[in-house]
Design a protein around this ligand. Structure first.
Ligand SMILES: [Zn+2]
Length: 72
């Protein structure tokens, strides 16, 4: 009977550690896909992530092709 109580305490400890660990592992996983600025293409209005946008003299573009056709 003593071992059963000990086992329950150990299981409760593992369960508690899991609960404690859950919120900690969530933020790093959300970080890479976290808030990223979306820029609207000046030419067609398509929203693209800042990292994928093509910068131009008149603003961000969704592709170099739109930049070239807009800034002639
Ligand atoms: Zn565009």
């Amino acid at each position: 009977m003593k071992y059963l109580v000990l086992l329950l305490i150990v299981l409760a400890g593992i369960w508690w550690l899991r609960l404690q660990r859950k919120p900690k592992t969530k933020p790093p996983a959300a970080k890479p896909t976290g808030p990223q600025a979306m820029l609207a293409c000046v030419h067609c209005g398509t929203h693209v992530p800042e990292s994928e946008a093509t910068p131009g003299a008149k603003g961000p573009y969704c592709s170099p092709a739109h930049r070239d056709s807009h800034e002639v």
